[in-house]
Design a protein around this ligand. Structure first.
Ligand SMILES: Cc1ncc(COP(=O)(O)O)c(C=O)c1O
Length: 399
């Protein structure tokens, strides 16, 4: 039987019972909900699943980080301040200097965030001017959907910039004319990219930072995967030199396998960081102080990150060999925990993912990340090395 990953519609019906924001009701069912349902159906038939579908790392968090959290638990607790602990801002500044060679003022150029997702979502709240003609938010697609959703909830309009293999999964900046640039509130980049695994040259950041200043928009760079690399460390937008109108987001989630801790930061133009300091107390999204103290340890150590990279590299190697043997084309995939694999000719990404799901191998259809993702599937290399070996054995038989 072929598994079909069809929209189900229950969620939409359920939502019609109460009056909700039209933005919420218009959002299509988050496609991963469909994948979850299809997974349940297959598992109910007794098929053992190995899940490469969702990018939630399952590597252990380093023992020293966990200990720092436990030792920071206090008898009483207070509201954490939006600007975060000075020790954490200092640790982040130190990391940015060691990693990117940039000197940031921890007071004015850095703010801790509750993971990076909420901060990526809410940037549009701070920058979109609905009535003043600055409400266009450019996002790349296929992509992580959070910046786009944040823009819609803030009353912004969307411009989707396709990432195509023939342009190395980089946006075509020549397609942006002066009229569009003049209406932009934010242009979002995400490199190393989820889902394509592509990396961006510093020239892309420099060119866009120049355009951002010239046309008065904000260049926002989601760098959640900057530490999961295999050949050379990827660049950051923080390295452009003049950081006016520029903001970067990073996180401990992938680097330090700390998704559950919720700890990240935004860094860049002091005016933007100042705006976040003003906005964020209203939302209450400062990380808990014990998480901040554990984060100081995490940003201060590279050894555990090197170990994590080595684990992903070993998993990746298994798959690269398999794909080569099977004549399947790997696209992008220079960094991140993802492999972006072209589906066999004539097969759609949902159909291919459905075929693998039947064998217990869960992957995400490229179409789930936007139209330009059709023709690919994404493997998130999160199962254990042992499970990756098992999956490769299965795929060896069925591909
Ligand atoms: C591209 C990208 N950015 C940001 C995030 C958010 O990560 P977190 O909120 O855990 O920092 C993710 C998570 O999967 C992601 O894929």
């Amino acid at each position: 039987m072929v598994v079909k990953l069809e929209p189900r519609g229950e969620r939409t019906r359920e939502l019609e019972a109460v009056r909700l924001s039209p933005v919420l009701t218009r959002l299509a069912t988050y496609p991963f909900v469909r994948l979850e349902q299809a997974k349940r159906d297959v598992a109910a038939r007794g098929v053992h699943l190995i899940d490469f579908g969702v990018g939630d790392p399952r590597e252990p968090t380093d023992e020293r980080i966990r200990r720092a959290l436990v030792e920071s638990l206090t008898e009483t607790s207070r509201y954490p301040l939006a600007q975060g602990l000075p020790e954490l801002r200092g640790a982040i500044a130190g990391w940015c200097e060691r990693r990117f060679g940039v000197e940031l003022d921890p007071e004015r150029e850095i703010i801790p965030t509750l993971g990076s997702k909420e901060a990526i979502f809410s940037l549009a709240q701070v920058l979109v001017d609905r009535d003043g003609g600055r409400k266009l938010v450019a996002v790349t697609e296929p992509g992580y959907p959070v910046a786009e959703r944040g823009a819609l909830f803030a009353g912004g309009e969307l411009l989707r910039l396709p990432l195509l293999e023939r342009f190395a999964f980089l946006p075509d900046l020549d397609a942006l004319d002066a009229d569009v640039l003049g209406r932009l509130a934010i242009l979002w980049l995400n490199y190393p990219n989820n889902p394509t695994g592509a990396t961006a040259p510093i020239e892309l950041y420099r060119r866009l930072a120049g355009l951002a200043l010239e046309h008065d928009f904000v260049l926002a760079s989601d760098e959640a995967y900057s530490e999961l690399w295999f050949d050379e460390p990827p660049a950051s937008v923080l390295q452009v030199g003049d950081r006016r109108n520029v903001i970067a987001f990073n996180t401990l989630s992938k680097r330090s396998s700390m998704t559950g801790y919720r700890s990240g930061f935004a860094a860049g133009d002091p005016e933007l960081i100042g705006a976040l300091r003003a906005f964020r107390p209203t939302v209450g999204t400062a990380p808990q102080e014990f998480v901040q103290r554990a984060s100081v340890v995490a940003w201060g150590d590279e050894e555990h990150v090197e170990r994590t990279r080595a684990v992903y590299a070993a998993k990746r190697e298994l798959f690269l060999e398999l794909l080569a043997r099977k004549g399947l084309r790997l696209a992008g995939s220079r960094a991140t925990m993802y492999l972006w694999v072209a589906v066999p000719d004539g097969e759609g990404s949902e159909a291919f993912a459905g075929r693998l799901l039947e064998q217990g191998i869960v992957v995400a259809p490229g179409a789930y990340f936007g139209e330009a993702g059709e023709g690919y599937v994404r493997f998130a290399l999160v199962p254990s090395l042992e499970d990756c070996r098992r999956a490769v054995e299965i795929l060896e038989r069925v591909l």
